[in-house]
Design a binder for this molecule. Structure first.
Ligand code: SF4
Ligand code: SF4
Ligand code: SF4
Length: 438
């Protein structure tokens, strides 16, 4: 709580009672001993506290902090407090703006949804999406986005591919050149089997895996990795509709003859997608972009450096913001966050922070004697504070506990459990913070 201009704590100060001091904010810089130059300076500059002042720590504040009789123990304590207030306030603004930009503070209409989807590409499925169905954006649509995306899939506006690290993801067809530039893994030397399957698809396509098996005599377990590798090279394309296990494989260039796979270099593509990432995350560092895009940090840094030189990004702490956000943030009024979402590991917010959240999950689950792999992560008031844990498998799975590092977790228990149930088909966790739920 900000209770003075200079970083001292008026709350609990002995002079409040012994001298009847009214506090420096309340008295507009006139505490019991008369006018305070620090408070007056701060007020005249229009700041709430000295942490908002670019001159901190100025000579005046330093002198007050290090005064032999009335100064801080240790010296600089009030300065550090002001700086912390400032960091907390910026963080609060970033979290609030991020929740808005993620459409978790207010749901997206179709136009905003299309922009959001574009910025989250490649979009990955979560297990509560149906089989063969393109991913939805959990919690974020103000309409039925299952149906909306299915229509986009039928119209081949939304297509599936193997992108980051060979993972399946979905992108808009017209953005394929961008994602080919980021992720395509060309095959330098085609093996005999790869060439054979590619030729077969060219001659007979579309073909299913069972047709390939019949034609080549190869086993499914031999064919599958070859198809995946050809898919990573964007030589073939898998067409699949809901509940249709018999997927058809096509030559990619037949299906998408207009896609120019050399339209961008990877650096050019990064300089297009990173500002989108920055917009949705508000603030990010290179490790977050690496975690989300699964591309080498060195290449990401080359792109962020170039974007910073061009003025698109402004360096902020050890990360970056869009320059327009860095300029607007001081006058932005954050909204008080009061929400709980149980977020899947394929969600953009998790993917951008995976290494940090994995490390946190180890702390949250330390010492638990039952299966406690994180199933969903708890985004509470815009920040990650826990997870639902258990053991996931296809079919009935174990939802063993809900772990949370919030001091008031017990008071928020009902809302947290409701959020977990929402994404677990109504299933109630066995425990909450280690205690059995009756
Ligand atoms: S302004 Fe008054 S209450 Fe606040 S720290 Fe100074 S003496 Fe204490
Ligand atoms: S030194 Fe000045 S600014 Fe600091 S608490 Fe006292 S009156 Fe407020
Ligand atoms: S840091 Fe110094 S210059 Fe800035 S508002 Fe505080 S007292 Fe004034």
């Amino acid at each position: 709580m900000i209770d003075s201009r200079c970083g001292l704590h008026c709350t609990g100060c002995a002079y409040k009672t012994s001298c009847g001091c009214g506090g420096c904010i309340e008295t507009m810089g006139h505490p019991f001993h008369g006018e305070c130059p620090v408070a007056i300076c701060c007020q005249e500059k229009g700041f709430e506290h000295c942490g908002q002042c670019p001159e901190i720590p100025c000579a005046l504040l330093t002198a007050y902090s290090s005064d032999p009789e009335q100064g801080d123990t240790p010296h600089g304590t009030r300065i550090a407090q002001c700086q912390k207030w400032q960091e907390d306030s910026i963080r609060e603004k970033i979290v609030s703006l991020r929740m808005e930009r993620q459409c978790l503070g207010g749901k997206a209409d179709e136009n905003e949804y299309l922009c959001l989807y574009r910025d989250m590409q490649p979009v990955r499925n979560v297990y509560w999406n149906g089989f063969g169905q393109p991913p939805t954006l959990s919690f974020r649509a103000a309409f039925d986005d299952i149906d909306f995306n299915r229509r986009r899939q039928f119209d081949r506006k939304l297509v599936k591919g193997r992108f980051d690290g060979g993972n399946l993801g979905w992108v808009e067809a017209e953005e394929m050149p961008l994602f080919l530039a980021l992720y395509r893994k060309p095959i330098a030397f085609m093996s005999f089997e790869q060439q054979r399957i590619l030729d077969l698809i060219e001659q007979m396509g579309p073909v299913t895996i069972h047709q390939i098996k019949e034609e080549t005599g190869m086993l499914v377990k031999q064919i599958t990795p070859i198809l995946h590798r050809l898919q990573e090279a964007f030589l073939i394309y898998e067409d699949q509709y809901e509940a249709d296990w018999e997927r058809g494989w096509y030559r990619f260039d037949e299906m998408f003859p207009d896609v120019n796979s050399d339209a961008y270099t990877r650096q050019e593509a990064l300089r297009i997608v990173l500002p989108r990432f920055a917009y949705r995350m508000v603030w990010f560092d290179a490790a977050m972009a690496k975690s989300f895009y699964r591309l080498p940090e060195k290449e990401i840094r080359t792109a962020t450096d170039a974007l910073t030189r061009e003025g698109v990004f402004t360096a902020y702490g050890n990360g970056f913001m869009l320059t327009q956000d860095a300029e607007a943030l001081p006058s932005y009024s954050p909204k008080k966050q009061r929400s709980v979402f149980a977020v899947h590991r394929n969600d953009m917010l998790y993917r951008a922070e995976e290494p940090r959240l994995k490390a946190l999950a180890k702390q949250w689950t330390a010492g638990l004697s039952y299966d406690c792999e994180p199933l969903q992560y708890l985004l509470i008031d815009g920040e990650f504070h826990g997870a639902s844990v258990g053991h996931f498998r296809n079919g009935p799975y174990d939802l063993n506990d809900v772990v949370c590092d919030l001091a008031d977790a017990e008071e928020r228990r009902e809302k947290i459990i409701a959020a977990v149930r929402q994404v677990n088909f109504g299933k109630i966790p066995l425990r909450f913070m280690g205690k059995r739920i009756e």
